[in-house]
Design a protein around this ligand. Structure first.
Ligand SMILES: [Zn+2]
Ligand SMILES: [Zn+2]
Length: 369
C-alpha cells in the first residue's frame, strides 16, 4: 500500500516527505494506522548524527494508532485495537530479558539498531524501488506502519490517542527512571536538569512520589511556569545562575537524587557537584556517541555517590504501559499540559529546527489524517 512518511536520507539535512510502498504484515506482524507521533529529542539526535544509524530511514519512535490488519500467527492484538507502539521489542529469551530487563534486550538489539523488522528485512521501498529502513521497529513518522506484534500494546479506547503516543517513549522513560531506576522515596530531595518530554515526566513522577524539595534546572527561563505546574518547588535558570550553591542551600548540602534529562556532558558535571553524600545521579538523557565528561572519581567511594544510567525507564512494556495509562486517566499526570501543540508531517522540519533552538516547551505531536 502507499503511505506518506518523513524520511531521513542524510544527517544534518531536512527530512523529505515522501510516498513510500509499505508491504503487508508478515508472520507475527501488525499493520497500524497511526493517529499521533511525538517528536522526541532522540529524533533530533539521529538527524544531527549524535546517534549513528543506517539511512535512509523513516524517522520517529513515539507513536500510537489503530490496528488495521494483522499478519499470520498474531494473537496479541486484533483489528480495531488502539495500540501504543514501543521502540524496544524484547525477545523474551535472551539473558537480559530473562533477568526482567527487556528494555535492554540483547537478543533484538542488533535488529533494533539495524532498522529492520525482526527477520532482518524492511517492509518499505521508495519510488525508485530502493529499500528504506524502519526506525526502532515502529517508524513513527509514517501514516501507516508494520510493527512486530510484541511491539504493540493494546490500551483502553477511552484513553486519547494523542496521549497514547507519548506512552511509547517520554512518559514511561520519565516515570520508570524515577520509580524503577532511582527508586525515589517520600521526602528525598530531588533536582532535575532539563525540562523536555522526559524531564517533565521525571518531575511529575517525583512529585507524586512525594519528593521534597524538587528543584528544576533549565537553561530556558520561560520553562519556570510549566516546571511549577508539574510540581517543582524551585526553579533555577542555569543560563545565568550556578545551580550548585542554590541546590546545596535548599537541601542537606546536596540533592539525594539528581536526574539528568538532557544528554549534555556539561550538565552531568554540574549535576554531579550538586549531589549529596550517598546521593544518586541518574542519567536518562542520551548524549552524542562521542561525548565524554571529566569527574573526580575518588569521591565516588569516599562520598558513596552513584551514577546510574537508564534506558526506557527500565520498564516492562506490556506490564507497565497499561498501568501508566490507568494512572494517566486520573488526570494526575497532567498530559493535557504535556502536549503543547500539534503539527502535520509536512511541518516536521520546522518542529526539528525549533527543538534544536530549544524553542519548544512540552511535547509536540504530529497528527495523522
Ligand atoms: Zn524518545
Ligand atoms: Zn531479549
Amino acid at each position: 500500500m502507499k503511505i506518506k512518511a518523513a524520511v531521513l536520507r542524510e544527517v544534518n539535512k531536512p527530512y523529505s516527505i515522501e510516498e513510500l510502498e509499505l508491504a503487508p504484515p508478515q508472520e507475527r506482524e501488525v499493520l497500524v494506522k497511526y493517529a499521533y507521533t511525538g517528536y522526541c529529542h532522540s529524533d533530533l539526535s539521529i538527524q544531527q548524527g549524535g546517534i549513528i544509524e543506517g539511512l535512509p530511514k523513516v524517522a520517529g519512535h513515539e507513536c500510537a494508532g489503530v490496528v488495521e490488519a494483522v499478519g499470520p500467527g498474531v494473537t496479541k492484538a486484533k483489528v480495531g485495537d488502539h495500540v501504543v507502539c514501543t521502540w524496544m521489542v524484547p525477545c523474551g529469551e535472551c539473558y537480559t530479558c530473562r533477568e526482567g530487563l527487556g528494555n535492554v534486550c540483547m537478543g533484538n538489539f542488533e535488529t533494533f539498531a539495524a532498522g529492520t523488522m525482526l527477520d532482518g528485512t524492511t517492509r518499505l521501498t521508495d519510488k525508485d524501488g530502493k529499500p528504506v529502513l524502519h526506525n526502532s521497529f515502529v517508524s513513527g513518522f509514517s501514516s501507516y506502519s508494520v510493527v512486530p506484534e510484541d511491539g504493540v500494546i493494546p490500551v483502553r479506547k477511552d484513553f486519547p490517542l494523542e496521549y497514547a503516543a507519548l506512552m511509547a517513549c517520554c512518559i514511561p522513560t520519565g516515570w520508570g527512571t524515577v520509580t524503577n531506576i532511582a527508586q525515589v522515596k517520600p521526602g528525598d530531595s530531588v533536582a532535575i536538569w532539563g525540562l523536555g518530554g522526559v524531564g517533565l515526566n521525571i518531575l511529575r513522577a517525583a512529585k507524586m512520589r512525594q519528593a521534597n524539595p524538587i528543584i528544576a534546572v533549565d537553561i530556558e527561563p520561560d520553562r519556570e511556569e510549566i516546571a511549577r505546574e508539574f510540581g517543582a518547588t524551585h526553579f533555577v535558570c542555569n543560563a545565568d545562575k550556578d545551580p550548585v550553591p542554590i541546590i546545596k542551600s535548599l537541601t542537606r548540602d546536596g540533592a539525594d537524587v539528581i536526574f539528568e534529562a538532557i544528554g549534555d556532558p556539561g550538565a552531568i558535571v554540574q549535576a554531579w557537584w550538586a549531589l549529596a553524600t550517598a546521593g544518586k545521579l541518574v542519567i536518562a538523557g542520551v548524549m552524542r556517541h562521542d561525548a565524554a565528561a571529566v569527574l573526580p572519581l575518588q569521591l565516588l567511594p569516599f562520598h558513596q555517590k552513584s551514577i546510574l544510567g537508564g534506558l526506557y525507564g527500565s520498564i516492562s512494556t506490556h506490564n507497565d504501559i497499561p498501568k501508566l495509562v490507568d494512572l494517566a486517566m486520573t488526570g494526575e499526570m497532567k498530559l493535557d499540559k504535556l502536549v503543547a501543540g500539534k503539527f502535520k508531517v509536512e511541518g516536521i522540519n520546522e518542529i526539528a529546527e525549533r527543538m534544536a533552538k530549544r524553542q519548544l516547551t512540552g511535547r509536540w505531536v504530529c497528527e495523522w489524517d
